[in-house]
Design a protein around this ligand. Structure first.
Ligand SMILES: [Mg+2]
Length: 263
């Protein structure tokens, strides 16, 4: 079939923004075919960007982890922690609830990190997923926000897929602070503007966002002006269709999605 026979062959995006959880891996397990599909895109000269709302790890740690799955990603990882760090300014006093990825990003932005027992004024509370979340953190965040600190969330994904089931996401932690304070967090990661700006400032051209979650990956595609490619290898199943926003392409997994565009 040549291009004049197949209208879909006109769709050949240059920038591929690929989600990690539920697309490349589930927990520690590679999703079969994803590494080969990514290599195929890279060999075909496409820009492959890895965009994750997981703020717990640094981009370098994600590169190492991707490498362990046979995927080369050097300089092409964007995290919601980096996006959240664009919402604080140098010199601000920031209480971070999160892990290494968020702590590194916020301190690299020049903010002063303050601990949970610091009594001084706090400019912002920045929240990302951490498995050590506890009542003391909730109390300090609540008091800081009630005293005037901005509430910033790396992301508000309610859950994320683990290899043995569904785990509560940062959205569940942020909801606790929002409930206690009556304030709404400013959200940095997919599908929000801070993360879109990070992508758009580094990669240009027609693009596609591939992900397993319409309300993050799909809306992120809309924010970037990209197509949305939905895969059923994560939290969304084919039985959940129709979804909003409407995907340009649906596929069982990344391997089949890439095949349907490149073949
Ligand atoms: Mg995902």
């Amino acid at each position: 079939m040549n291009s004049s026979d197949n209208p879909r062959s006109a769709f050949d995006p240059h920038v591929w923004v690929i989600d990690l959880d539920g697309v490349v891996w589930l927990g520690d397990h590679s999703i079969p075919g994803s590494a080969e599909a990514i290599r195929r895109l890279q060999d075909a000269g496409r820009a492959v960007v890895f965009a994750t709302n997981n703020a717990s790890m640094t981009p370098e740690a994600f590169e190492t982890r991707l490498n362990g799955h046979g995927i080369s990603s050097y300089g092409n990882v964007v995290t919601s922690a980096q996006a959240a760090a664009t919402l604080v300014t140098a010199g601000e006093r920031v209480y971070v609830i999160g892990e290494a990825g968020l702590i590194d990003a916020v301190s690299a932005a020049g903010a002063e990190l303050v601990g949970g027992h610091d009594d001084g004024p706090i400019d912002a509370v920045v929240m990302g997923i951490t498995r050590s979340f506890d009542y003391d953190m909730l109390r300090h965040a609540t008091r800081s926000v009630l005293a005037g600190a901005r509430l910033i969330a790396s992301n508000t994904d309610t859950t994320f897929p683990a290899s043995d089931g569904i785990d509560p996401g940062n959205g569940a932690l942020v909801a606790a602070v929002e409930t206690a304070t009556g304030r709404r967090a400013e959200v940095a990661g997919k599908p929000h503007q801070a993360m879109a700006k990070l992508v758009a400032s580094q990669w240009q051209g027609q693009g596609i966002c591939v992900g397993d979650r319409p309300e993050t990956d799909g809306d992120f595609a809309v924010e970037l002006g990209y197509a949305f490619g939905l895969v059923f290898s994560g939290v969304t199943l084919e039985a959940d269709l129709p979804v909003r926003p409407e995907p340009r392409i649906v596929a069982a997994d990344l391997e089949r999605l890439v095949e349907s565009v490149l073949d």
